[in-house]
Design a protein around this ligand. Structure first.
Ligand code: AMP
Ligand code: MG
Length: 315
């Protein structure tokens, strides 16, 4: 719990202070052209876990990494000609591109929710851009509101929802009550993953190709998709006290195990380790047993994800 949330003015001093807080792994809300975003260093598992905690999000969905420029984006994702065409046409602006992660990208697996793709965007808002340039790193930023509540379009909304839970609000007045960013997947055939601020027709005109449409409009809320995307290959057994048969044990708290999400029993630390741990144990090729994890704070989101991983598989 952070006792006071700093109110920073969006001048060079305030922006420098905000970048400093981000460097310390703390959370800063800032204006974008859509809504206020809740930013944290996308390379820091604990900062990203803190985003989920501050919002009280009940489940882990991948977050958009905000960067200052195309060059910055290229450090984290495998760039392509189509990405370049869309970036030339719409960046900075409300278009998010989903591209394959680059080797050695350094992005926390909690940002991608364990996927091998990353959503990246260069926002157009002058304060967001100034902050990203000053911070000089990728900032994960969902909307700066408690989960399930309305997106904030001014600093007062942010304070009412998250005051006392985040380090600072970089106040830049009201943002345009914009649409969310349009999300286009480029990891495979160009696909519209979410409609938003840039129209489908504009994107198709630039690519000179039709976009595939995802039926649900949001790839990652479709339960079938979730399973195929998130489940390890091996069966997963929850609330395990000990290993059975050939299992590897993913521990929580002071237990003897193969890999521990948090030996001190801290759910925030466990969240930041979750996806990397699942990947690692998956490589063993053995069934995975998981210690009980309390359902408090981020524990609920961890259990949500583990339940999906343990759910019966689509064939
Ligand atoms: P928000 O940050 O609230 O604007 O939401 C981010 C959106 O981006 C969510 O709908 C995610 O499902 C989507 N998203 C983020 N990363 C990916 C990814 N790697 N693949 C597909 N969709 C993504
Ligand atoms: Mg939101």
């Amino acid at each position: 719990m952070i006792p006071t949330t700093l109110d920073l003015t969006a001048d060079p001093q305030g922006i420098a202070r905000a970048a400093d807080l981000l460097r310390q792994g703390l959370l800063v809300a800032f204006a974008t052209e859509t809504v206020y975003g809740l930013g944290g260093d996308a390379r820091s598992g604990s900062a990203v876990a803190a985003i989920y905690e501050a919002k009280g999000r009940p489940s882990f969905n991948p977050l958009i990494a905000h960067v200052a420029s195309v060059q910055a984006a290229q450090r984290f994702v495998q760039w392509s000609d189509q990405a370049q065409m869309l970036a030339d046409a719409f960046w900075p602006g409300p278009l998010t591109l989903v591209l394959p992660l680059r080797e050695g990208n350094g992005i926390s697996t909690l940002v991608t929710a364990g996927l091998d793709t990353l959503a990246v965007r260069v926002p157009a808002h002058h304060t967001a851009r100034a902050l990203l340039a000053e911070f000089d790193g990728p900032v994960a930023a969902p909307s700066a509101n408690p989960s399930g509540q309305i997106s904030p379009t001014n600093a007062e909304h942010v304070r009412a929802g998250l005051g006392g839970r985040i380090a600072a609000i970089l106040d830049d007045g009201p943002c345009g009550v914009g649409l969310e960013s349009t999300i286009v997947g480029l990891a495979e055939e160009p696909t519209l993953l979410r409609p938003g601020g840039v129209a489908l027709e504009q994107i198709e005109a630039v690519l000179n190709a039709r976009l595939h449409l995802h039926q649900s409009g949001d790839l990652l809320t479709a339960p079938g998709q979730l399973q195929s995307h998130y489940a390890p290959d091996a069966p997963v057994r929850l609330n395990a006290r000990t290993r059975q048969g050939d299992e590897v044990l993913l521990g929580f708290g002071p237990v003897e195990c193969d890999l521990n999400l948090s030996a001190k029993g801290d759910v925030t630390e466990a969240a930041s380790n979750l996806f990397a741990a699942l990947h690692k144990l998956n490589e063993s090729g053995r069934p995975i047993a998981v210690s009980p994890i309390p359902n408090t704070n981020l524990g609920a989101a961890i259990n949500d994800r583990l339940c999906r991983a343990a759910a019966p598989r689509d064939s």
